[in-house]
Design a protein around this ligand. Structure first.
Ligand code: FAD
Length: 499
């Protein structure tokens, strides 16, 4: 898969993987910004902690974000007011500000070099129909006492119709930040960190949980699910509360950087920022965001993103990548105890593409719950909060329609023309399979059904992966699962295939 700009800063040495049965007080599954933040907050406490990741640590969604650390998150406040009310929007705003304070404090206390820079955040629209929404957002920001302005910057993007801008927000290099915290975690006396260690099953036994990792048993009192999208459906029923969105991102070198970052409110969104690592300067540009069941012409999406960044910077992109995140039907993340009857299983997901702040606040909420401390955001983000009409309406439009579309579209459209015959979906011995023909003409045959929730897979001809358009799992052409939520491969026994 294509590497992001940030991944080149991941200088972690190879870590051990789980290769024996173990026991601990807390097991954290997933070493992205969420899992590492939880672990960091547990340093030097009496709890013994194990942190695991199925791949290399800090190589998931966090390593492919745009690294904006802001409370101005497109038109988020009116979305929350519409589904959960003004009090929820106020508390959400407090949480975002607190997350920014926590990052600043950690950077200062730990002397972290992550290129944290103050940067104006801008939300803009190019669509006249969006203007009334900007008025609504301004009224809500007034109520929240946010100091904003409507002044247009000298924009790199044309046709902007309206702007909301705030000053006291930041951008950073997310990987340098998370890796620095992870190194502190690794050096602590109460936490062990393992990579290439995949959790596949959790079962309860009396007061303990047994988590299967690489086929070994980890016995633990508490489990933190920090894997972006959980690998199980029950408890939590996350697939019914969420849907997944994907975007394409390019970064090219530029001569000067500006202290601003921006996102459009219109759909599909555009977003950009600058980055200066002290040696090189980059412009980072994102577009073509969509639900993962839409825009399945991967090559076209990459090309459009690359064309746009070339228009803006006059330079070819040096980095091109795609990323996906989990969105919730009520626009609030799901952070805390996974259900009211499962007190010792914690989850953090559904950041609605704003996980730099929400991952950090999740780290605080979950570590507070583990340490029996009070936290004022527990009810706001409670993963088992009740369902109201607006959430239900969004469930129908986002979750149900996306999944039904993904299933039926791929049922009918087995071999879209854009595959250029490099990959086909067919049946062998009654089984639905995907066949990829490599440059030597050799066939790579895999199952075409995602082991997670049985969706049909589409071929991503750019990354040469089979991708699930329902929940985002990805598999290489030989059937190895390279991204969850699936924890199983799609390899098939070739001796059973005759053609
Ligand atoms: C295009 C895009 C741009 C974004 N830009 C921004 C931005 O500018 N600002 C912002 O605030 N947010 C942004 N976000 C959102 C943000 O990147 C994510 O919300 C956040 O990084 C999620 O962090 P995480 O720790 O939950 O997940 P991850 O970083 O994915 O970490 C989860 C880890 O769990 C591991 N894992 C998964 N399953 C298992 C398993 N079974 N066993 C063991 N380990 C497992 C994975 O390998 C992974 O390393 C963006 C998102 C997208 C899609």
């Amino acid at each position: 898969m294509k590497k992001s700009l940030w991944q080149k800063y991941n200088d972690m040495k190879k870590l051990n993987s789980i290769n024996e049965n173990m026991s601990t007080d807390v097991l954290i599954i997933g070493a992205g910004i969420t899992g590492v933040s939880v672990a960091y907050n547990l340093i030097n406490h009496k709890e013994n902690v194990i942190l695991i990741d199925r791949n290399k640590c800090c190589d998931g969604v966090t390593s492919k974000s745009t690294g904006k650390l802001t409370y101005l998150q497109d038109l988020m406040y009116q979305k929350i007011v519409n589904t959960c009310g003004m009090d929820a929007a106020k508390l959400y705003y407090d949480a975002q500000k607190e997350a920014i304070r926590i990052v600043k404090k950690n950077v200062k206390n730990e002397n972290i070099d992550c290129d944290l820079k103050q940067s104006e955040s801008i939300v803009f629209t190019k669509d006249l129909k969006e203007l009334p929404k900007f008025e609504v957002e301004r009224r809500i920001l007034d109520e929240l006492d946010v100091n904003y302005s409507n002044l247009h910057n000298k924009f790199l993007l044309n046709d902007v119709k309206d702007v909301i801008k705030v000053k006291n927000t930041y951008v950073f290099n997310p990987i340098k930040y998370v890796i620095s915290l992870l190194k502190k975690v690794i050096n602590s006396s109460n936490i062990l960190v393992y990579e290439n260690s995949i959790a596949t099953k959790i079962k309860k036994e009396n007061d303990f949980f047994i988590v299967m990792v690489n086929g070994f048993e980890i016995k633990t009192k508490k489990v933190v699910i920090a894997c972006n999208y959980p690998f199980f459906t029950i408890p939590g029923l996350i697939p019914f509360k969420t849907y997944v969105e994907k975007s394409y991102i390019c970064a090219s070198k530029t001569d000067e950087t500006q202290n601003l970052n921006a996102i459009s409110s219109n759909y599909p969104c555009e977003s950009f920022r600058h980055y200066d690592d002290g040696k090189d300067k980059y412009f980072i540009y994102l577009n073509n965001s969509s639900k993962i069941c839409d825009k399945l012409n991967y090559e076209k999406n990459y090309k459009q993103c690359a064309k746009k960044i070339k228009e803006i910077t006059n330079n070819k992109p040096l980095y091109k990548w795609e990323n996906m995140d989990v969105l919730t039907n009520d626009n609030l993340p799901l952070i805390g105890r996974i259900s009211s009857y499962e007190k010792n299983v914690f989850i953090a997901t559904g950041y609605n593409t704003w996980g730099m702040t929400n991952g950090v606040i999740a780290g605080k909420i979950i570590s507070d719950l583990i340490l029996n401390k009070k936290n004022k955001y527990v009810d706001l983000f409670n993963p088992s909060r009740s369902i109201n009409f607006s959430k239900f309406k969004n469930f129908i439009t986002n979750t149900m329609i996306s999944n039904v579309k993904a299933y039926t579209f791929n049922l009918i459209r087995k071999n879209p023309s854009w595959y250029k015959n490099k990959a086909i979906v067919t049946k062998i011995n009654g089984k639905r399979v995907g066949v990829y023909f490599d440059s030597k003409g050799e066939k790579h045959v895999v199952s075409n059904i995602c082991p997670h929730l049985k969706c049909f897979l589409t071929f991503n001809e750019v990354d040469k992966t089979w991708d699930c358009p329902c929940h985002g799992s990805r598999f290489d052409v030989d059937g190895n699962c390279v991204k969850g939520p699936s924890v199983y491969d799609i390899k098939i026994d070739e001796t059973n295939i005759s053609n």
